[in-house]
Write a protein that binds this ligand. Structure first.
Ligand code: ME8
Length: 636
């Protein structure tokens, strides 16, 4: 049997929309999954949504939506966003999936039969936001010690899991396996908890129905964390697909955030010990992303919406959406020391974009292809690459691989940039423009640069799957596994193409920055309510399209000249993929007339038009008026 690798992310509560922090976890797992595939592992990568929590039921009630419908829609939103971020999962599991229902009940039954689950009485507190049971001594000023939120007093008959029974076995396991939990600080934290002793935990709720019932006692619903952790075995076919389960279990890596290590490092292994399944090989707890120095929190309203951000970036830089997704993927991987907290800053993202991507990698490609066009009419030389470069590659590859194995993404990228730096410097040193009369030398230099770009792009695939696919396709590279250097570019010609990363000016940086913080106080999948007063601040008007033309160098943007009756306005709108300028002429559309002006591609846009689009952004339609009405008419 070949090498297998099973990696999981946490599963996400669907009461909130994905934000940069949660998406960053899926991106990191995706980077690892892609790296493993490229180094010849048979990979199973699971991610998904956690749907049976009290807070989700409460959210659906608050919005007046049937709970099942709410979770169906919200889970689809998560999945769609992961798809748009090119998360290459093998399974997107939902805790409402029917196979999961059976597995959870079976786990519960087996643990009960082992005597590890018993009926008792729970007296204590419950934090709905964290879905956590708390003792009196846990509370800080009467609030949840983790999130600082309100707690509820609970007094109910519950089933308990005999967690205390597994303390000694776990302690011994921890002592024998010091890298079971990483980073080390998290391992030490959990080791100390184990040393301090474990208490049995409540694993059912009586006053709450949206979840999986206890198989032999329907009055009780299984606790959301007990249900959620089991997703890791359901995903690879426990009960339903023995072969797949045996192939992939135990998991090689549970990638999670630092806030949920206790559940993964203590409760989950104890559950597995109870049913007699092997423990996962490793749990890695990454740090948290903060935004511009502030803790990312739903109530602070500073949650970067990753899709909105990537869309805005793609419009302003005039690059495909998938490329701007890659830029975010690169930034998140490059900027954090994986395992520690990191700060998402617009300024630093642009610095990285302009210097690492536009200047170093992008420019290397532009310069090389321009020289190839100028000196060789775009024909790829048949010469072999410079042996010095090949030697350098063989010293960098082990560094790259080692960093990837340790999830030290930033270091891995640094080693790729040492190759890019080498190649840029190689141009300076070899001065190909002086070699036009020495064909042999010139051919070696050009071939080395082309091969170098191909090799660097291969290494970058886990981080930037779309950009590297584009480059490798253009370069006709067929073998894309990560391995020792071998000749990669076999095609005859490579034409110059537009810069993949055009440099961005400061003015645009500020515009994208506006997308940094979400305006809404809460980032809900449902609808956030605003007051009547809030709505009345928006001046919506009917406007007639007098002129329409495409903005130069942009596929998406159209410049519109509009009549509002008494005045004319210019608006730049990202509708070029859905409408031609001719179709827009004389249409009566709806615009927000009192929006601050902003510059887009050098044009001052004086408002925004309204349009409806599907969540995957594949369809868009403009809002117009039902019957004819004069231009400038106010909408209320
Ligand atoms: O805890 N930066 O779900 P969740 C980085 N359903 N990672 C972050 C983050 C941030 N700012 N905020 C959240 C749950 N995360 C449970 C998990 S697993 C069996 C059940 C991470 O939606 C967080 O640490 O609250 C966790 O790993 C993941 O997002 C899901 O968090």
């Amino acid at each position: 049997m070949g090498k297998t690798y099973y990696i999981t992310t946490a599963i996400y509560y669907v009461n909130s929309k994905p934000h940069i922090g949660s998406v960053s976890e899926a991106i990191s797992a995706d980077v690892i999954a892609r790296f493993k595939r490229l180094t010849k592992f048979d990979v199973f990568f699971s991610t998904g949504t956690d749907e049976h929590s009290q807070k989700i039921e409460a959210k659906a009630k608050e919005l007046g939506i049937d709970t099942q419908k709410f979770v169906d829609d919200a889970s689809a939103t998560w999945r769609n966003i992961f798809d748009r971020f090119n998360i290459s999962y093998s399974r997107f599991i939902r805790t409402s999936d029917s196979d999961h229902f059976k597995v959870v009940q079976e786990f519960f039954k087996r643990m009960y039969e082992k005597g590890d689950i018993y009926l008792g009485k729970y007296e204590g507190w419950y934090c709905v936001r964290d879905e956590t049971f708390l003792k009196d001594s846990d509370l800080v000023d009467g609030k949840c010690p983790y999130c600082g939120g309100e707690v509820q007093r609970i007094s109910e008959d519950n089933y308990f899991f005999r967690l205390s029974k597994f303390r000694d076995t776990l302690l011994e396991f921890y002592e024998k396996n010091p890298t079971f939990i990483e980073p080390e600080s998290r391992y030490n934290e959990l080791l100390n908890i184990l040393k301090g002793g474990l208490q049995d935990i409540s694993v059912t709720r009586k006053s709450f129905k949206f979840g999986i019932p206890v198989p032999f006692d329907q009055d009780h619903t299984i606790y959301v964390w007990f249900d959620a952790l089991i997703n890791y075995v359901t995903a690879v076919g426990f009960l339903e697909n023995k072969d797949m389960f045996n192939k992939f279990w135990p998991a090689d890596l549970h990638l999670i955030g630092k806030d949920i290590t206790r559940f993964h490092g203590i409760v989950w292994p104890a559950m597995l010990l109870s049913v007699g399944l092997p423990l996962p090989k490793k749990i890695f707890a990454h740090g948290f992303w903060n935004i511009e120095g502030a803790k990312m929190s739903k109530s602070l309203g500073n949650i970067v919406d990753p899709v909105e951000f990537a869309e805005r970036f793609s419009t302003l830089a005039n690059i495909p959406f998938d490329f701007s997704v890659d830029i975010l993927r690169y930034y998140l991987s490059r900027e954090a020391v994986f395992g520690l907290d990191a700060d998402f800053r617009i300024e630093s993202l642009f610095r990285r974009y302009n210097s690492d991507l536009a200047n170093d990698y992008g420019n290397l490609i532009n310069r090389t292809l321009n020289m190839l066009s100028k000196y060789k009419n775009s024909a790829v030389p048949t010469a072999s690459s410079d042996p010095e470069f090949i030697n350098f590659v063989s010293s960098v590859l082990p560094q790259f691989n080692e960093a990837m194995e340790k999830y030290a993404f930033s270091n891995a990228l640094e080693s790729v940039w040492s190759l890019i730096g080498y190649l840029n410097n190689y141009i300076q040193v070899k001065e190909p423009w002086k070699l036009t009369k020495e064909t042999e030398k010139l051919d070696i230099v050009l071939k080395t640069l082309l091969e170098g770009i191909a090799y660097v792009s291969i290494l970058l695939q886990p981080f930037m799957p779309s950009v590297t696919k584009f480059v490798l396709d253009k370069f006709g590279v067929e073998k894309r596994e990560i391995e020792e250097y071998k000749e990669l570019v076999h095609i005859k010609t490579i034409e110059v193409f537009n810069p993949i990363f055009p440099r961005l000016e400061k003015e645009k940086i500020e515009l994208v920055g506006e997308a940094n913080t979400s305006d809404s106080k809460e980032s809900n999948v449902g609808i956030t309510k605003i007051t009547y007063e809030d709505f009345s601040k928006v001046d919506l008007r009917v406007a007639k399209v007098l002129e329409a033309e495409r903005v130069k160098n942009s596929e998406k943007l159209i410049k519109l000249t509009l009549s509002l009756g008494s005045e004319q306005r210019t608006i730049v709108a990202g509708i070029g993929k859905f409408y031609s300028p001719e179709e827009l002429l004389n249409k009566k559309i709806i615009i927000v007339a009192n929006l601050e002006e902003r510059k887009i591609m050098g044009i001052t846009s004086q408002g925004m038009l309204l349009a409806a689009s599907t969540s995957n952004k594949e369809k868009l339609t403009l809002l117009t008026v039902d019957t004819d009405i004069e231009e400038g008419a106010k909408i209320s």
